[in-house]
Design a protein around this ligand. Structure first.
Ligand code: SF4
Ligand code: SF4
Length: 287
């Protein structure tokens, strides 16, 4: 399976809009949403059937067994994350604050603390003639990188598609590094602002360190053509192919509200997005 990953240095650049459009244009039989903190690809690509859902277990978290606790307070005293408190009756662990370090279990002489598997989110697998793998992390849970790996594994385990589009996580952290694993090419979607340029340089370095080839697409290029030119200069200097620039189109937001992609109806951006898609496919043919 050849995988095209769509990423951006931060959220709000139009990454998912472009990923949804590319999925539609390629009629991809396999695709995934790795933005597990805020998945929204399903809003543009409505699914017919309900998904198969599975609990995702992150790190173990501490649980205090009330009957065994002798109330010595050692666990509260040693928890560096301030996750244990006496509520007037008993000692309790705040699972949102617990980082699973296990110190409380170690200091408890009464053997009243148990490190317990914790449901940190859920994976969702849609099989509607195509395979769509996605997941959602519970608010306040870590392990987003591990969940991204699970999303990608679900895609490759259940789909025999020869080409897949993966909507990556925004930013440059652990989930993005997990998104980059095993992909054939990463398309970096950026916007023409100074912060967009700065994010582009960081995400490009992250992809390069991961050994993944990149291309760039400037979304809403016409809101600042001066910075668009600077982005092109950066790409020239670093031998990064730049796809067709995409103009600002207020219809992009409306497409999501109508559960459509931006290439499902006539709008200003459509031919530009289509051109960018054909360019990236041509680039991937050589891989
Ligand atoms: S260290 Fe153990 S016995 Fe002491 S308060 Fe904590 S859970 Fe209870
Ligand atoms: S496992 Fe670590 S973070 Fe969690 S409650 Fe115990 S000491 Fe605090």
């Amino acid at each position: 399976m050849k995988q095209l990953l769509i990423i951006s240095g931060k959220g709000g650049t139009g990454k998912t809009t472009i990923a949804a459009a590319f999925i539609r244009l390629s009629n991809a039989k396999g695709y995934a949403d790795c933005d597990v903190d805020a998945p929204n690809l399903h809003l543009s690509l409505k699914q017919v059937k309900e998904p198969l859902k599975k609990d995702f277990y992150g790190m173990d978290k501490a649980v205090i067994i009330e009957e065994a606790c002798i109330g010595c307070g050692q666990c509260e005293m040693h928890c560096a994350f301030n996750a244990i408190h006496f509520d007037g009756t008993s000692y309790r662990v705040d699972s949102l604050l617990c980082e699973g370090c296990g110190v409380c279990e170690w200091v408890c002489d009464a053997d009243a603390v148990k490190m317990t598997p914790y449901v940190a989110g859920e994976t969702m697998l849609y099989e509607n003639g195509h395979v769509f793998s996605t997941a959602e992390l519970k608010m306040g849970s870590g392990n987003s990188g591990k969940l991204v790996t699970e999303v990608k594994k679900n895609l490759t385990d259940h789909s025999d598609a020869t080409f897949a589009v993966v909507d990556g996580s925004p930013g440059i952290g652990c989930p993005v590094i997990a998104s980059l694993a095993g992909v054939d090419m990463a398309l970096i979607v950026t916007e023409p602002t100074q912060s967009g340029l700065s994010d582009l340089t960081r995400i490009h370095k992250t992809a390069t360190v991961s050994g993944v080839r990149t291309a760039v697409c400037v979304n809403k290029y016409d809101i600042n053509t001066k910075v668009t030119a600077e982005i092109r200069d950066y790409c020239d200097q670093n031998q990064i192919p730049v796809l067709m620039d995409i103009p600002y189109d207020k219809m992009a937001g409306q497409a999501v509200n109508k559960h459509m992609t931006i290439v499902d109806f006539e709008c200003k951006a459509k031919p530009f997005v289509a051109q960018a898609y054909h360019q990236i496919k041509a680039l991937m043919r050589g891989i």
